[in-house]
Design a protein around this ligand. Structure first.
Ligand SMILES: Cc1ncc(C[n+]2csc(CCOP(=O)(O)OP(=O)(O)O)c2C)c(N)n1
Length: 662
């Protein structure tokens, strides 16, 4: 039972509470986050870090009129709790429940959707520019993390803000963590800034000033009046030499501590992002500014939950946990490994035998499994920050020097590097290996994270070899095969637990463009179906084949292995031999593997009917499990059986349901 949270059905109620009541509310929200997410999991750590910030924002501003644009938006849970979604909060990331990110269709208070990093500053600037053009007076507030700031788009926006608008409020939520520890020069710079004594003194002066202000209108006026004074006090202060050579900025001096001011912002901070009264006063002040402003706040990921404070990376986003201790369920004994770990461990083994291989991650050492390489061979491992385009071009540069980089990026995040894949990798035909994890669904996350388009966008590019393993052993074979190629190689594999097959001691070299026939036709039956099951859909094809065979069909199962080049010979052969071809893929139907088969059949005059099973031409929602979505959209054994039977004029049994998705 929460005294104050229960009273909040919208931001207007936040404004009715007194400061001590708001502080109580912060505690209640933390309890709701910790207890409410324990069963199904979610982005606990980042949200525990923005409780005070979210309350202060809703205390000072008025959404939906005012706009909050959150970078990545995995930290909007508190905002959701305060904007009329409290009753559904415990459904978050589950089937039919709240989305785990900001979603325009979910609430008018979510003015901008996201899931990928680095978009907030640009989007918020677009809103501010539109407001200025329309002559309206909304406040636009952009909340971005210290790691989001390492993303290139953020810098493109920063470059553009001060000469586009006068009214822009940026909040840099600095907790020193990306998912893993934030890396790179920007992170080091922020660290230098927050620890520098001189700058801290200025910040303290500001804090003391704000604290001394009388409340209400008067405070606002004073803040406004004082603005000029602060500008003088804060702008243009150079860091004094510290006597430590490592603190020099490389330009023979110590630069400005305030990079943001050089970019045309007024900069305030660093201030304690858990000090609610201070946040409220500072935001009130920011609201009156007629100049773009960045408020640099320091927060702790996981604040209020010991386990989350202790293990920020684990608690960035996780599955179920114990709400008292933070313990997570132990993996089941003999459980199949996760694909990401298979990839990371294979990387270590391959690197031990091949000196040219190196591993690159864009801020996802755990998610991609590259952490195994980081641990075993740190000199062969690169974390470039949340910077997918840079990761790809960086790999291209390395490849021109004789190295063989392996770039591990989730399918969905690789989308933004399409031009780099085209212009830097494929056009120059460079030997870079792409390991695309989360190719397929990322069920809890939803449409921002599903990786359903990579076959289509890669298939169009010359010099590409693209593969999809049916299991973890084949994934290692594909990595091994790719490491022997001198061309761009792409491997897509799904999120989560692999098939549970043994992995060979020594990987096998696969023939490029050659499919694997898993089950051949066995009779002259007139009910011959050839099932081409790509990647994880191969297991579904196999099971469907068993059921169909038991009902008198003659079924072949082919593991295509390659989506480019597809195995023209085998595909044509089975196309001609079969009465029905079924393609199954964990990918959008449009432009996917099935489309490649249809193109081949058109060229070779194969007229056998083709049923394509895959994801329809729409964005797929989030759900509790992958299986639920696969069933709903027909990527299932039952639907495969039903589609085959329907083709041959046989009614589906009650156990099978026909889903027309093609
Ligand atoms: C383009 C892209 N790459 C990678 C990710 C994965 N990702 C989600 S949140 C996150 C870290 C964000 O750190 P920060 O911006 O500092 O916010 P915090 O979680 O620390 O609040 C990363 C790398 C992503 N969402 N988008």
């Amino acid at each position: 039972m929460s005294t104050y949270l229960d009273m909040i059905n919208g931001p207007e109620h936040v404004k009715k509470l007194t400061l001590p009541q708001l502080q109580e509310l912060a505690g209640e929200i933390r309890q709701e986050l910790i207890g409410g997410l324990a069963k199904a999991g979610g982005h606990l750590g980042p949200n525990l870090g923005v409780v005070e910030l979210s309350i202060a924002l809703h205390r000072v501003f008025n959404t939906p009129k005012d706009k909050f644009v959150w970078d990545v938006s995995h930290q909007v849970y508190v905002h959701k709790l305060l904007t009329g979604r409290k009753d559904r909060f415990r459904t978050i990331r589950q089937t039919g429940g709240l989305n785990g990110f900001a979603l325009r269709t979910e609430s008018p208070h979510d003015c901008y959707g996201a899931g990928h990093a680095g978009t907030a500053l640009s989007a918020a600037l677009g809103m501010a520019a539109a407001r200025d053009k329309k002559g309206t007076d909304e406040n636009v507030v952009c909340i971005f993390g210290d790691a989001a700031l390492t993303n290139g788009i953020s810098f493109e926006a920063l470059n553009n803000i001060s000469h586009t608008t006068k009214r822009f409020i940026g909040i840099l939520n600095d907790n020193e963590w990306s998912i893993a520890k934030n890396v790179g020069a920007i992170s080091a710079y922020l660290n230098k800034l927050i620890t520098h004594p001189r700058y801290n003194k200025l910040s303290n002066d500001f804090v003391n000033f704000v604290r001394r202000l009388p409340k209400g209108e008067l405070a606002l006026k004073l803040a406004h009046k004082a603005e000029g004074g602060f500008k003088g006090a804060i702008t243009g202060v150079g860091l004094q030499p510290t006597g430590k050579p490592e603190d020099a900025d490389g330009r023979g001096g110590y630069g400005s501590p305030v990079f943001f001011e050089e970019m045309g912002f007024r900069y305030l901070g660093p201030i304690d992002g858990h000090d609610l009264p201070l946040l409220i006063s500072t935001l009130e002040f920011a609201k009156t500014c007629d100049h773009p402003i960045v408020i640099h706040i320091l927060t702790k990921k996981g604040r209020g939950f010991e386990a989350a404070l202790k293990y920020p990376e684990k608690f960035h986003g996780l599955g179920p946990y114990n709400a008292q201790t933070g313990e997570t369920p132990a993996p089941k004994p003999n459980a199949a490994p996760m694909y990401q770990d298979v990839m990371g461990q294979a990387m270590v083994r391959l690197c031990q035998k091949n000196n040219t291989l190196v591993g690159i991650t864009a801020a996802m050492p755990s998610g991609t499994g590259m952490k195994h390489l980081e641990k075993a061979m740190p000199d062969r491992y690169y974390d470039v920050g949340i910077a997918e385009e840079h990761a790809v071009i960086f790999a291209a540069g390395m490849a021109t020097m004789g190295l063989h980089p392996v770039v591990a990026i989730y399918s969905s995040f690789l989308q933004r590097a399409f031009d780099c894949i085209h212009h830097d990798i494929c056009l120059q035909d460079l030997p870079v290996i792409f390991c695309m994890d989360r190719a397929g669904l990322s069920a809890n996350d939803g449409p921002t994270h599903h990786g359903l388009f990579d076959i289509a966008y890669l298939r169009t590019l010359p010099n590409v070899t693209a593969m999809a393993p049916k299991d973890e052993d084949e994934l290692v074979d594909m990595m091994f095969t790719a490491s022997h190629s001198n061309h761009p190689m792409f491997i897509r594999y799904p999120r989560g637990v692999a098939e549970g097959v043994p992995i060979k001691e020594e990987p096998k070299l696969l023939e490029i463009g050659k499919a694997e026939v898993i089950r051949n036709f066995s009779s002259n039956s007139k009910k011959k179906a050839a099932l081409f099951g790509l990647g994880p859909m191969c297991a579904i094809a196999r099971k469907a084949a068993e059921q169909l065979a038991a009902e008198g069909f003659d079924v072949a199962v082919i593991n295509p292995r390659f989506t480019k080049p597809i195995d023209a010979g085998t595909t044509e052969f089975f196309g001609k031999a079969a009465d029905l071809v079924v393609t199954l893929e964990d990918h959008a139907l449009m432009g996917g593997y099935g489309s490649a088969v249809l193109e081949l059949f058109s060229e070779k005059n194969v007229t056998t009917p083709v049923v394509r099973i895959g994801w329809p031409d729409q964005f797929i929602e989030h759900a509790s499990t992958q299986d639920e979505l696969r069933k709903k959209y027909g990527l299932s054994v039952e639907n495969t059986v039903a589609r085959v039977k329907a083709h041959f004029g046989e009614a589906a049994t009650t156990a099978t349901r026909l889903i027309e998705v093609a």
